[in-house]
Design a protein around this ligand. Structure first.
Ligand code: CTP
Ligand code: MG
Length: 235
């Protein structure tokens, strides 16, 4: 496989509110981060997976990697303070271990939040295919609610037309040199996703409609929803 997957897992899960990293919470009886890890490691496009963790969680992740179906496909790297620092650290590791451009082993990078356990293979098919055509493609889902924007008084809101508005999901898939350059040039300015770094280079990022249930576990109630969705899928 010519795709390297980066799984950012180096957060602390502050909003989830538990003592330990939310990624160790159980979903369907196993640590929630292992769901996306297993799905991605079974893909034929995927050559290697960089699991980016914080140093305090390292031992626990290492232990859990050994329980996966394809432990040899995983490599643990140490992440950073912000998510973008974590992704930058993983990109640096890919650069230092990828042989010369004459025989590139890895041509693509797919970045997927370890906290999104319910990504579907059919969505992976679409986003990988679109990225191969456009060099940059992300899963996204149309905004469903009515959007309001607060005015200068910070209090009253006015309606913001939701037509053409999307919520970004992951994976976000990029041609390797494109995402490396984007991080080198624009890392100083924080971004909430990887696509924004690429947009700043003036490079278009294709939006690929994906299932809205590819949710990110942020608050404890998200885990309840994910548990229900998972048991529905297994029926
Ligand atoms: N992440 C990371 N490095 C960081 C921050 C976040 O790798 N410095 C990862 C998280 O582990 C998670 C994903 O990025 O898999 C999405 O981040 P988020 O949902 O915000 O997770 P946390 O940062 O852990 O949670 P919180 O913001 O509530 O502390
Ligand atoms: Mg966070």
């Amino acid at each position: 496989g010519s795709v390297a997957v980066i799984l950012p897992a180096a957060g602390s899960g502050r909003r989830f509110g538990e003592e330990e990293n939310k990624l160790f919470a159980l979903l369907g009886g196993r640590p929630l981060w292992t769901h996306a890890a297993e799905i991605l490691s079974r893909r034929c496009e995927v050559g290697r997976i960089l699991l980016a963790v914080s140093s305090c969680d390292r031992d626990r992740f290492e232990h859990q990697v050994r329980e996966l179906t394809h432990p040899e496909r995983f490599q643990i790297v140490i992440g950073g303070e912000q998510r973008s620092d974590t992704v930058a650290a993983a990109l640096a590791e890919i650069a230092s271990s990828n042989p010369g451009a004459s025989r590139p082993e890895i041509g693509w990078v797919a970045i997927h939040d370890a906290a999104r356990p319910l990504v579907r293979d059919s969505d992976l098919d679409s986003v990988f295919a679109r990225a191969a055509e456009t060099e940059a493609a992300i899963l996204a889902t149309p905004v469903t609610g009515t959007l309001k924007r607060t005015g200068l008084d910070g209090d009253s809101g006015t309606t913001f037309d939701r037509r053409g508005m999307w919520v970004a999901l992951t994976p976000q898939v990029f041609q390797l040199d494109l995402i490396r350059q984007a991080y080198q040039r624009h890392r100083g300015r924080a971004a909430t996703d990887d696509a924004e770094m690429v947009e700043r280079m003036g490079h278009p990022v294709a939006l690929v409609p994906g299932a809205a249930d590819n949710l990110k576990i942020t608050y404890p109630e998200d885990l309840l929803v994910a548990e229900a969705l998972l048991s529905e899928r297994l029926k």
